[in-house]
Design a protein around this ligand. Structure first.
Ligand SMILES: C[S@@+](CC[C@H](N)C(=O)[O-])C[C@H]1O[C@@H](n2cnc3c(N)ncnc32)[C@H](O)[C@@H]1O
Length: 389
């Protein structure tokens, strides 16, 4: 019965508005293993919190098979939040078509990582994050706020799991028990939250002396409190950039590019934007740590979807090229297209990317005439000028 409802749920799940491709799925074997484990371990009527749900498989799956009293969910990416909302509507429509019913949309609350998400949670389902720092911040929040007898089920693909993850969980829980793997996924059960007395150690703030900047990083943010080598190379071109009325740091991570641009061009207004909540919070903290909060505004958004066309004169971009565990250029191309849309005619896009990537034709098409401003052994930096519409 449970397997039936999960099968029919998983059939309707999509990743959009995230990048879609035949080799990219909206759910994985870990979602199913976590839900099967939870169904065996959690009493009906439990308050369930889901963290790290990619596109809604865990949240909607919990509603489908666990008979919870409430489901709260935190997803770092705004694309994941939007995909969950759309998948909830799809699933409702599919069930109503199947049985001619008039079911309402499944009810869940989407919340930031913190007390509102976790207070009195009986069970937490967690898709293990990529980095130990993100796991540390997440596990600390669970231990601090969830019910004292809460059960944490943390799952991942075996190939992406490490003993370091167990050690991090042991910092925050009295008992940590890895379970047998199934279909290359594994669940770790943790109980006995050990709430640390001290306040959160996130965001970490580190002074980068070579660029004389304080950088703030939450656990989930790209590169942590370090300077990415591609970003470092792009920064060497700052003196050649133009002073913009409105500059955008697109996919800002910790907001290093936004902060360095704002410092170089004191007349410019800067927007730092990223799809990740952790990145947006980190960029805000970086701006504050350097006294730039009045100059930099921060926006959590998917590829500038809420920004007006032609509203910027300069965009800085160090695009992602990893989508999930596979290497996929779609995410980078989506940001190049977004830059083309928000740039006013004559506006500049400065991009840094790995030399082996073939971004030039896309930059020419989506933005306008593009020249290579520089190459080093690993990276290319380009300057594209927005052609008139
Ligand atoms: C290579 S990192 C660069 C981070 C930062 N600019 C730096 O230079 O350190 C790429 C960033 O793009 C963000 N990103 C990826 N897809 C995005 C999207 N669709 N909308 C907004 N940001 C996105 C990622 O979350 C990540 O922070």
């Amino acid at each position: 019965m449970a397997a039936d409802s999960l099968d029919s749920l998983f059939e309707v799940l999509r990743r959009e508005p995230d990048v879609e491709a035949p080799n990219l799925q909206a759910w994985d074997a870990t979602d199913r293993l976590l839900l099967d484990t939870a169904a065996a371990r959690i009493r009906p009527g439990s308050s369930v919190t889901v963290i790290g749900d990619r596109y809604g498989a865990l949240t909607l799956g919990a509603l489908a098979v666990l008979e919870p009293s409430a489901v709260r969910v935190h997803q770092d990416l705004i694309t994941g939040e939007r995909a969950l909302q759309r998948n909830a509507r799809r699933w409702q429509a599919a069930r109503n078509t199947d049985d001619g019913g008039s079911r309402r949309e499944p009810a869940f609350r989407q919340l930031p990582l913190g007390p509102e998400l976790l207070t009195d949670a009986d069970a937490v389902l967690l898709q293990l994050p990529k980095t130990l720092a993100e796991l540390d911040e997440t596990a600390a929040a669970i231990a601090r706020h969830a019910a004292p007898d809460a059960l944490l089920l943390a799952g991942g693909r075996v190939k992406h799991m490490s003993l370091g993850m167990n050690s991090i969980l042991e910092r925050h829980f009295a008992s940590v028990r890895p379970q047998l793997a199934r279909q290359k996924s594994r669940v770790i059960e943790a109980t006995g939250p050990q709430a640390a007395a001290e306040t959160s150690t996130f965001p970490a703030v580190v002074h980068l002396s070579d660029i004389n900047l304080d950088v703030a990083a939450h656990g989930a943010v790209f590169a942590g409190p370090k300077l990415d080598i591609g970003t470092r190379y792009l920064l060497t071109f700052l003196p050649r950039m133009k002073p913009a009325r409105h500059a955008v740091d697109l996919g800002c991570g910790t907001g290093i590019l936004a902060a360095m641009y704002a410092r170089q061009f004191p007349q410019s207004r800067v927007t730092a934007t990223d799809q990740s909540a952790a990145a947006a919070a980190s960029a805000l903290a970086t701006a504050r740590a350097n006294g730039l909060e009045g100059r930099i505004s921060v926006l959590q958004d998917d590829a500038l979807s809420t920004m007006a066309d032609a509203g910027a004169d300069l965009v800085l971009l160090n695009p992602p090229f990893h989508v999930g565990a596979g290497v996929h250029a779609g995410a980078g191309l989506k940001l190049i297209e977004a830059a083309g849309r928000v740039l006013a005619p004559g506006g500049e896009l400065w991009t840094v990317y790995n030399r082996h990537l073939q971004y030039l034709p896309s930059l020419e098409r989506a933005v306008g005439p593009t020249g290579v401003a520089g190459n080093n052994p690993k990276f290319t930096v380009t300057r594209s000028v927005r052609r008139a519409a």
